[in-house]
Design a protein around this ligand. Structure first.
Ligand SMILES: Nc1ncnc2c1ncn2[C@@H]1O[C@H](COP(=O)(O)OP(=O)(O)OP(=O)(O)O)[C@@H](O)[C@H]1O
Length: 240
Protein backbone atom coordinates (compact mmCIF):
# COMPACT_ATOMS: atom_id res chain seq x y z
CA UNK A 1 0.00 0.00 0.00
CA UNK A 2 1.42 3.43 -0.92
CA UNK A 3 1.71 6.16 1.76
CA UNK A 4 -0.36 8.46 -0.44
CA UNK A 5 -2.76 7.54 -3.24
CA UNK A 6 -4.41 10.39 -5.13
CA UNK A 7 -7.06 9.69 -7.75
CA UNK A 8 -8.67 12.14 -10.16
CA UNK A 9 -8.62 15.24 -7.93
CA UNK A 10 -10.39 18.32 -9.26
CA UNK A 11 -11.04 21.74 -7.77
CA UNK A 12 -12.48 24.81 -9.48
CA UNK A 13 -12.61 28.38 -8.27
CA UNK A 14 -15.25 29.98 -10.49
CA UNK A 15 -13.89 29.65 -14.01
CA UNK A 16 -10.38 28.68 -12.85
CA UNK A 17 -9.62 24.95 -12.90
CA UNK A 18 -7.00 25.13 -10.13
CA UNK A 19 -6.64 21.33 -10.03
CA UNK A 20 -7.82 19.59 -13.16
CA UNK A 21 -7.66 15.81 -12.74
CA UNK A 22 -4.59 14.96 -10.69
CA UNK A 23 -3.54 11.35 -10.00
CA UNK A 24 -0.34 10.19 -8.31
CA UNK A 25 1.08 7.85 -5.66
CA UNK A 26 3.84 8.34 -3.09
CA UNK A 27 5.64 5.37 -1.55
CA UNK A 28 6.46 5.03 2.15
CA UNK A 29 9.70 6.84 2.96
CA UNK A 30 9.78 8.66 -0.35
CA UNK A 31 10.80 12.32 -0.73
CA UNK A 32 8.31 13.61 -3.30
CA UNK A 33 8.19 17.03 -4.93
CA UNK A 34 5.32 18.81 -6.63
CA UNK A 35 6.85 21.35 -9.00
CA UNK A 36 5.44 24.07 -11.13
CA UNK A 37 5.39 27.77 -11.84
CA UNK A 38 3.21 30.23 -9.91
CA UNK A 39 -0.46 29.39 -10.26
CA UNK A 40 0.16 25.81 -11.45
CA UNK A 41 -2.10 24.44 -8.71
CA UNK A 42 0.54 23.07 -6.32
CA UNK A 43 -0.86 24.59 -3.12
CA UNK A 44 -4.43 23.64 -3.95
CA UNK A 45 -3.33 20.07 -4.72
CA UNK A 46 -1.52 19.86 -1.40
CA UNK A 47 -4.53 21.26 0.50
CA UNK A 48 -6.84 18.71 -1.14
CA UNK A 49 -4.43 15.87 -0.36
CA UNK A 50 -4.03 16.99 3.26
CA UNK A 51 -7.80 17.17 3.72
CA UNK A 52 -7.76 20.92 4.37
CA UNK A 53 -10.13 21.47 1.43
CA UNK A 54 -12.96 19.41 -0.03
CA UNK A 55 -12.33 18.30 -3.63
CA UNK A 56 -15.03 18.80 -6.28
CA UNK A 57 -14.11 15.35 -7.56
CA UNK A 58 -11.64 12.60 -6.81
CA UNK A 59 -10.07 11.39 -3.60
CA UNK A 60 -6.83 11.16 -1.67
CA UNK A 61 -5.96 8.30 0.66
CA UNK A 62 -3.24 8.83 3.27
CA UNK A 63 -1.88 5.72 4.99
CA UNK A 64 -4.86 3.86 3.56
CA UNK A 65 -7.54 6.24 4.86
CA UNK A 66 -9.46 8.92 2.95
CA UNK A 67 -8.25 12.43 3.86
CA UNK A 68 -11.78 13.81 3.30
CA UNK A 69 -13.95 13.93 5.34
CA UNK A 70 -11.37 14.74 7.98
CA UNK A 71 -10.58 12.11 10.56
CA UNK A 72 -8.89 13.14 13.83
CA UNK A 73 -7.14 9.76 14.03
CA UNK A 74 -5.52 10.39 10.67
CA UNK A 75 -4.66 14.04 11.43
CA UNK A 76 -2.54 12.82 14.31
CA UNK A 77 -0.40 10.83 11.90
CA UNK A 78 0.30 13.65 9.45
CA UNK A 79 2.27 16.89 9.82
CA UNK A 80 1.29 19.97 7.85
CA UNK A 81 3.63 22.93 7.75
CA UNK A 82 1.45 26.00 7.92
CA UNK A 83 2.72 29.33 6.72
CA UNK A 84 4.46 31.43 9.38
CA UNK A 85 1.47 33.78 9.25
CA UNK A 86 -0.58 30.99 10.85
CA UNK A 87 1.30 31.25 14.16
CA UNK A 88 -0.64 32.16 17.26
CA UNK A 89 -0.24 35.89 17.77
CA UNK A 90 2.26 37.39 20.18
CA UNK A 91 3.81 34.17 21.44
CA UNK A 92 7.50 33.35 21.71
CA UNK A 93 8.99 30.51 19.70
CA UNK A 94 8.88 28.30 22.79
CA UNK A 95 5.27 29.22 23.56
CA UNK A 96 4.25 28.51 19.93
CA UNK A 97 5.63 25.00 19.89
CA UNK A 98 4.38 24.24 23.41
CA UNK A 99 0.90 25.28 22.28
CA UNK A 100 1.06 22.87 19.32
CA UNK A 101 2.43 20.16 21.62
CA UNK A 102 -0.46 20.68 24.06
CA UNK A 103 -3.00 20.46 21.20
CA UNK A 104 -1.58 17.07 20.25
CA UNK A 105 -1.13 15.88 23.83
CA UNK A 106 2.65 15.76 23.42
CA UNK A 107 5.06 16.39 26.32
CA UNK A 108 6.78 19.75 26.88
CA UNK A 109 10.09 17.94 26.79
CA UNK A 110 9.39 16.75 23.26
CA UNK A 111 8.48 20.33 22.27
CA UNK A 112 11.82 21.61 23.59
CA UNK A 113 13.65 18.81 21.77
CA UNK A 114 12.04 19.86 18.49
CA UNK A 115 13.18 23.45 19.03
CA UNK A 116 16.68 22.08 19.53
CA UNK A 117 16.41 19.91 16.38
CA UNK A 118 15.64 22.94 14.22
CA UNK A 119 18.36 24.98 15.94
CA UNK A 120 16.09 27.46 17.67
CA UNK A 121 16.89 26.85 21.33
CA UNK A 122 18.67 30.19 21.52
CA UNK A 123 15.63 31.92 20.05
CA UNK A 124 13.14 30.19 22.38
CA UNK A 125 12.29 33.46 24.14
CA UNK A 126 11.91 35.49 20.94
CA UNK A 127 8.44 36.51 19.77
CA UNK A 128 7.49 35.06 16.38
CA UNK A 129 7.29 38.48 14.72
CA UNK A 130 10.92 39.11 15.72
CA UNK A 131 12.26 35.93 14.10
CA UNK A 132 14.05 36.07 10.73
CA UNK A 133 12.37 34.46 7.70
CA UNK A 134 14.51 31.35 8.01
CA UNK A 135 13.92 31.05 11.76
CA UNK A 136 10.16 31.40 11.29
CA UNK A 137 10.21 28.68 8.58
CA UNK A 138 12.15 26.36 10.89
CA UNK A 139 9.71 27.05 13.73
CA UNK A 140 6.76 26.22 11.49
CA UNK A 141 8.45 22.95 10.50
CA UNK A 142 9.14 22.14 14.16
CA UNK A 143 5.45 22.74 14.95
CA UNK A 144 4.46 20.39 12.10
CA UNK A 145 6.77 17.67 13.44
CA UNK A 146 6.16 17.94 17.18
CA UNK A 147 3.71 15.00 17.27
CA UNK A 148 6.12 12.75 15.31
CA UNK A 149 3.97 12.34 12.18
CA UNK A 150 4.56 9.59 9.62
CA UNK A 151 3.73 11.87 6.67
CA UNK A 152 5.03 15.42 6.40
CA UNK A 153 3.67 18.07 3.99
CA UNK A 154 5.59 21.26 3.31
CA UNK A 155 4.37 24.09 1.07
CA UNK A 156 7.28 26.02 -0.43
CA UNK A 157 9.36 25.70 2.75
CA UNK A 158 12.37 27.66 1.44
CA UNK A 159 10.65 30.54 -0.33
CA UNK A 160 12.15 33.86 0.69
CA UNK A 161 15.22 32.41 2.39
CA UNK A 162 18.82 33.42 1.69
CA UNK A 163 21.10 30.73 0.18
CA UNK A 164 22.67 29.72 3.50
CA UNK A 165 19.31 29.41 5.27
CA UNK A 166 18.00 27.36 2.33
CA UNK A 167 20.92 24.93 2.61
CA UNK A 168 20.40 24.56 6.36
CA UNK A 169 16.74 23.81 5.79
CA UNK A 170 17.62 21.24 3.09
CA UNK A 171 19.81 19.44 5.64
CA UNK A 172 16.93 19.41 8.12
CA UNK A 173 14.48 18.06 5.51
CA UNK A 174 16.92 15.31 4.48
CA UNK A 175 17.27 14.33 8.13
CA UNK A 176 13.49 14.15 8.60
CA UNK A 177 13.28 11.90 5.53
CA UNK A 178 16.25 9.76 6.58
CA UNK A 179 14.37 8.98 9.80
CA UNK A 180 11.87 7.10 7.64
CA UNK A 181 9.21 9.77 7.25
CA UNK A 182 7.48 10.31 3.92
CA UNK A 183 7.96 13.93 2.84
CA UNK A 184 5.95 15.80 0.24
CA UNK A 185 6.90 19.34 -0.65
CA UNK A 186 5.87 21.90 -3.21
CA UNK A 187 8.45 24.21 -4.64
CA UNK A 188 8.95 26.48 -7.57
CA UNK A 189 12.73 26.06 -7.30
CA UNK A 190 13.72 23.36 -9.74
CA UNK A 191 17.30 23.15 -8.42
CA UNK A 192 15.93 22.43 -4.95
CA UNK A 193 13.75 19.63 -6.26
CA UNK A 194 16.66 18.14 -8.20
CA UNK A 195 18.75 18.05 -5.02
CA UNK A 196 16.15 16.81 -2.53
CA UNK A 197 13.50 14.72 -4.23
CA UNK A 198 13.46 11.02 -5.09
CA UNK A 199 10.68 11.76 -7.56
CA UNK A 200 8.93 14.87 -8.78
CA UNK A 201 5.56 15.59 -10.36
CA UNK A 202 5.77 18.48 -12.80
CA UNK A 203 2.55 20.51 -12.77
CA UNK A 204 1.23 23.20 -15.05
CA UNK A 205 -2.25 24.66 -15.35
CA UNK A 206 -3.80 22.25 -12.85
CA UNK A 207 -2.42 19.08 -14.41
CA UNK A 208 0.54 16.79 -13.84
CA UNK A 209 2.59 16.67 -17.03
CA UNK A 210 5.14 14.06 -15.98
CA UNK A 211 6.33 12.13 -12.91
CA UNK A 212 9.76 10.64 -12.36
CA UNK A 213 13.14 10.82 -10.69
CA UNK A 214 14.80 14.12 -11.68
CA UNK A 215 17.78 12.31 -13.24
CA UNK A 216 15.45 9.98 -15.18
CA UNK A 217 13.37 12.84 -16.57
CA UNK A 218 16.52 14.68 -17.60
CA UNK A 219 17.96 11.57 -19.30
CA UNK A 220 14.63 10.60 -20.90
CA UNK A 221 14.23 13.97 -22.57
CA UNK A 222 17.95 14.30 -23.35
CA UNK A 223 18.30 17.72 -21.69
CA UNK A 224 20.59 19.37 -19.11
CA UNK A 225 18.36 20.04 -16.10
CA UNK A 226 14.76 20.23 -14.85
CA UNK A 227 14.28 23.72 -16.33
CA UNK A 228 14.90 22.16 -19.75
CA UNK A 229 12.52 19.32 -18.90
CA UNK A 230 9.80 21.91 -18.27
CA UNK A 231 10.65 23.70 -21.53
CA UNK A 232 10.42 20.42 -23.44
CA UNK A 233 7.10 19.47 -21.86
CA UNK A 234 5.37 22.84 -22.26
CA UNK A 235 7.23 24.56 -25.08
CA UNK A 236 7.82 27.60 -22.89
CA UNK A 237 10.33 28.86 -20.35
CA UNK A 238 9.75 27.98 -16.71
CA UNK A 239 10.18 31.63 -15.65
CA UNK A 240 8.29 34.05 -17.85
N1 LIG B 1 -9.14 30.47 -2.73
C1 LIG B 1 -9.05 30.71 -4.04
N2 LIG B 1 -10.03 31.39 -4.69
C2 LIG B 1 -9.94 31.63 -6.03
N3 LIG B 1 -8.93 31.21 -6.81
C3 LIG B 1 -7.94 30.53 -6.23
C4 LIG B 1 -7.94 30.25 -4.82
N4 LIG B 1 -6.81 29.55 -4.53
C5 LIG B 1 -6.14 29.42 -5.70
N5 LIG B 1 -6.80 29.99 -6.72
C6 LIG B 1 -6.39 30.00 -8.14
O1 LIG B 1 -6.12 28.66 -8.51
C7 LIG B 1 -4.95 28.56 -9.31
C8 LIG B 1 -3.93 27.64 -8.64
O2 LIG B 1 -3.46 28.27 -7.44
P1 LIG B 1 -2.43 27.57 -6.43
O3 LIG B 1 -2.20 28.49 -5.30
O4 LIG B 1 -2.88 26.20 -6.12
O5 LIG B 1 -1.12 27.49 -7.34
P2 LIG B 1 0.39 27.32 -6.92
O6 LIG B 1 0.99 26.44 -7.96
O7 LIG B 1 0.49 26.88 -5.51
O8 LIG B 1 0.95 28.78 -7.09
P3 LIG B 1 2.05 29.58 -6.19
O9 LIG B 1 3.36 28.96 -6.53
O10 LIG B 1 1.91 30.98 -6.72
O11 LIG B 1 1.64 29.43 -4.77
C9 LIG B 1 -4.46 29.98 -9.52
O12 LIG B 1 -4.96 30.45 -10.74
C10 LIG B 1 -5.08 30.72 -8.36
O13 LIG B 1 -5.27 32.08 -8.69
Amino acid sequence: MPAIAVEGLRKRYGEVRAVDGVTFEVAHGEFYGILGPNGAGKTTTLELVEGLREPDEGSARLLGQPSWPRDPGLLRRIGVQLQASAFFEKLTAREQIHTFAALYGVSSRRADEMLETVGLTEKAGTRDDKLSGGQAQRLSIACALVHDPELVFLDEPTTGLDPQARRNLWDLLREINAQGRTVVLTTHYLDEAEILCDRVAIMDAGRILRVGAPSELIAELGVGNLEDVFLQLTGREYRE
